[in-house]
Design a protein around this ligand. Structure first.
Ligand code: HXC
Length: 257
């Protein structure tokens, strides 16, 4: 498929998506939202893909929704004709997603990173929700996911002031899985994604489901969900294989079933 705002490649079992609007710091316009949603959905439907990486340029992961495209829109435009509907495919993907963030991850860019399971940050990364400076608030999950990631008071301060935080502060706050030197970001993202993709895909789905339950349910319900899901994995060949490999002191060879 030919896309105009993203580059899509397959690297072994890793689906690699580069946001590619360099003149606009990868601002997220409606075309990009649609193309990204389609590309993620296609990788998600492909059993040969075990992890998806989203990466931008060195200067910007994404500087937010495209303000120039958005400025004159109406309530109806933003709801019925929702230009960002494509992002739902990212949030609902069953395949693990790694965001590799270099430079700006602002507004919708920060929110897109937070739709991913792992956030790797280059040491030059800058995160923020500056929507308040534009007379709006975060609209792709910022008030919800940032609060869950960094806590009520950190999220409120960031969203109400619109200030940016650097990679160190973001890591201390819990928004970042790991910081790497900017020159190593793509390599580290690929290594992390290859590691994830080497596991059993149905088991990775189960892990994502249980992690999601931690965000959405109370403790008792989440623990019950985890325990049931854990037990169900004993129906898989991959559970037998993983444990046999341990006993036989060899690497497991997962079949994805
Ligand atoms: C459209 C953008 C853009 C954006 C940058 N550009 N961000 N265009 N939408 N979000 C464009 C600039 O207009 C400029 O193009 C080019 O990219 C380079 O940007 P500069 O501003 O010249 O670079 P710099 O001075 O280095 O400043 C970088 C920056 C600044 C601090 C990241 O660009 C900035 O503040 N951008 C906006 C960040 C923001 O407010 N994001 C939240 C958007 S609202 P031209 O051709 O003009 O020179 C949002 C809501 C999500 O995300 C929810 C939706 C439901």
């Amino acid at each position: 498929t030919e896309y105009s705002t993203i580059l899509v490649e397959t690297r072994g079992r890793v689906g690699w998506i580069t946001l590619n609007r360099p003149d606009a710091l990868n601002a997220l316009n409606s075309t990009l939202a649609t193309e990204l949603g389609d590309a993620v959905a296609a990788f998600d439907a492909d059993e040969e893909i075990g992890c998806i990486v989203l990466i931008g340029s060195e200067r910007a992961f994404a500087a937010g929704a495209d303000i120039k495209e958005m400025a004159d829109k109406s309530v109806r435009d933003m709801t019925v004709a929702n230009p960002f509907a494509g992002f739902a495919a990212v949030a609902r993907a069953r395949t693990p997603l790694v965001a590799a963030v270099s430079g700006y991850a602002l507004g919708g860019g920060c929110e897109l990173a937070m739709m991913c399971d792992v956030i790797l940050a280059a040491d030059n990364a800058k995160f923020g929700q500056p929507e308040i400076n534009l007379g709006v608030i975060p609209g792709l999950g910022g008030t919800q996911r940032l609060t869950r990631a960094v806590g009520t008071y950190k999220a409120a301060e960031l969203i109400l002031t619109g200030r940016m935080m650097d990679a160190d502060e973001a890591e201390r706050a819990g928004l970042v899985s790991r910081i790497v030197p900017v020159s190593d970001l793509a390599d580290e993202a690929l290594k992390t994604a290859e590691t994830i993709a080497s596991k059993s895909l149905p088991v990775a789905y189960a892990a994502k489901d249980a992690l999601q339950a931690a965000l959405e349910s109370g403790l008792a319900e989440g623990l019950r969900f985890e325990s049931r899901t854990f037990a169900s994995l004993f129906a898989l060949d991959d559970q037998k294989e993983g444990m046999a490999a341990f006993r036989e002191k060899r690497s497991p060879h997962f079949m994805g079933r």
